[in-house]
Design a protein. Structure first.
Length: 212
């Protein structure tokens, strides 16, 4: 797993936790509105330290969690599991995964193995996907994304992981109330928490954790 940025003590990503936040390099989607795609895709920004070394460097008595952000952490597969296990076994850290939901098997396996204490999953809209994803790079289409995402959410509900999962939708310019209502109704049917959020860039800049 390759890392491009670290937040050392963040209160923002994991409720009631002080977290080390690892931003991973790379993503399997290319959304035009993504504020950090260029940064996480540039090899020059990859840190020399391994995720294990970064955890060792920044863990302290106040830190009680590790958060995986991106980019898309699930593209690293087993390496993601290894880092989460190290954080839990070595420092007893809770872990949270932010994911675009395109690799449902990784999300489910992490939950089943107890390696993710909480997972935040993007739920994108038709307009969001078709208008902003470069399918030549991602290999994704809205049809495939939507089918896999719904299957993932249904299995999360069926297997009793609902309390460990939240569904996030970024309210971007042009999203209709009808689109948002469909997402909310789907999550309610599956007993899944749904939150609507602003652009994360604005949030980070307002907090002073990232410079403009």
């Amino acid at each position: 797993m390759k890392i491009v940025r670290v937040l050392k003590e963040s209160l923002q990503e994991f409720s009631d936790h002080i977290s080390i936040v690892l931003f991973v390099a790379g993503c399997n989607l290319h959304c035009q509105f993504c504020y950090n795609y260029d940064f996480i895709s540039d090899p020059k920004n990859i840190l020399e330290e391994t995720p294990f070394e970064l955890i060792d460097m920044f863990v302290n008595p106040l830190v009680d969690a590790l958060v995986f952000l991106g980019g898309e952490p699930t593209i690293y597969g087993e390496s993601l599991f290894e880092v989460a296990k190290y954080a839990k076994d070595t420092y007893n850290l809770d872990t949270k995964l932010f994911t675009n939901g395109t690799r449902p098997e990784i999300v489910l396996e992490g939950l089943e193995r107890g390696l993710f204490d909480f997972v935040s999953i993007d739920y994108k809209t038709v307009n969001n996907i078709q208008g902003t994803i470069d399918t030549s790079k991602s290999g994704q289409s809205f049809k495939n994304y939507y089918k896999g995402l719904l299957t993932l959410l249904e299995r999360i509900s069926q297997q009793g992981f609902s309390s460990k999962v939240e569904i996030r939708t970024t309210r971007f310019k042009g999203m209709s109330d009808e689109e948002l209502a469909i997402i909310q109704e789907t999550c309610a049917r599956l007993n899944l928490q749904h939150i609507t959020q602003p652009d994360m860039l604005e949030s980070y800049l307002a907090s002073g954790m990232l410079e403009s």
